[in-house]
Ligand binder design. Structure first.
Ligand SMILES: NC(=O)c1ccc[n+]([C@@H]2O[C@H](COP(=O)([O-])OP(=O)(O)OC[C@H]3O[C@@H](n4cnc5c(N)ncnc54)[C@H](O)[C@@H]3O)[C@@H](O)[C@H]2O)c1
Length: 267
């Protein structure tokens, strides 16, 4: 018999990476509000993860903060062990940690040929190797449980290209390609693997800063490229992540879904 609420997560345990703020925090809260039995909140910055785990516990859902740099396989292994001993087997994984890595802010860099080769690695370490490390540790458990959902947050820079973000775009495109292959490996075990491709999210700012930012000519020019004339919010990302984690998406795998206000279209 079909379930009454297709978005209900059935008490499964989730781990969301980079969930101490931004889209990851929104995703972790959405999973908690839709029937996850518990959420492991990963972040490189432990205090951020602890704050979000506290918000989830306040909803009456189990949560644990697990510090790890997703780019470090040993630290990922430790974080999954902590998460599963506090909660149970992790069958929902959202690879959200990304951008320029744990200790660098995202900004448009010089043109690719003006960058130094040693600047590229931080993008690959978090956005590609981080995803591979988490999947490598999570998949054997999902195979054993014969169920699993892996959702990976990528970027439209990797789908349609973005000047001055070439290394980041390459890492995100790599992650989307990786997702397609593990989707093929995991299907027979009831595991789906998909990617969500974002364009720009609203930057975290005070209301005064936001007013100033939205009034600038640069922001207006950027927004004119969006069919829906606003930047994304964590809830926009969380809605798609929840859908892809749920039974509603059980026949969807290996896909990359743009969530981007119509910045680009998928065909
Ligand atoms: N913000 C945007 O405009 C935008 C656009 C396209 C894609 N994305 C992607 O969406 C995802 C979320 O972006 P956001 O802007 O909400 O993030 P954010 O930068 O606001 O927060 C990311 C969190 O992840 C943590 N983190 C970073 N590297 C980590 C690592 N190696 N290990 C563990 N934790 C780590 C940080 O400490 C931080 O708390 C990222 O994958 C990003 O690349 C964002």
């Amino acid at each position: 018999m079909a379930k009454e609420d297709l978005l209900d997560l059935d008490g499964q345990f989730a781990l969301v990476t980079g969930a101490g703020q931004g889209a990851g925090r929104g995703i972790a809260l959405a999973l908690a509000k839709h029937g996850a039995g518990g959420v492991a909140v990963n972040d490189f910055v432990l205090e951020r993860a602890e704050a979000v785990a506290g918000e989830i516990k306040a909803l009456g859902v189990k949560a644990v903060a697990v510090q790890a740099d997703v780019g470090d396989h040993q630290s990922v292994t430790r974080a999954f062990a902590e998460a599963s001993s506090a909660l149970g087997p992790i069958t929902l994984l959202v690879n959200n940690a990304g951008n320029a890595g744990p200790d660098a802010t995202m900004r448009h860099s010089p043109l690719f040929w003006e960058t130094a080769p040693d600047e590229w690695d931080r993008y690959f370490r978090t956005n590609l190797h981080g995803v591979m490390n988490c999947c490598h540790v999570a998949l054997p458990v999902m195979v054993e449980q014969k169920r699993g959902r892996i959702v990976t947050v990528v970027s439209d820079s990797g789908r349609v290209g973005e000047a001055r973000l070439a290394a980041y775009a390459a890492a995100k495109a790599g992650a989307a390609g990786f997702v397609r292959s593990i989707a093929k490996e995991g299907g027979r075990y009831g595991i789906t693997c998909n990617a969500i491709s974002l364009s720009t999210l609203e930057p975290p700012m005070s209301p005064e800063q936001m007013e100033h930012f939205m009034a600038s000519d640069r922001t207006k020019a950027q927004l004119s490229q969006y069919t829906i004339r606003r930047f994304g919010t964590p809830d926009d990302v969380a809605g798609m992540a929840l859908f892809l984690c749920s039974d509603a998406a059980s026949w969807i795998t290996g896909q990359t879904y743009p969530v981007n206000g119509g910045y680009s279209f998928a065909v």
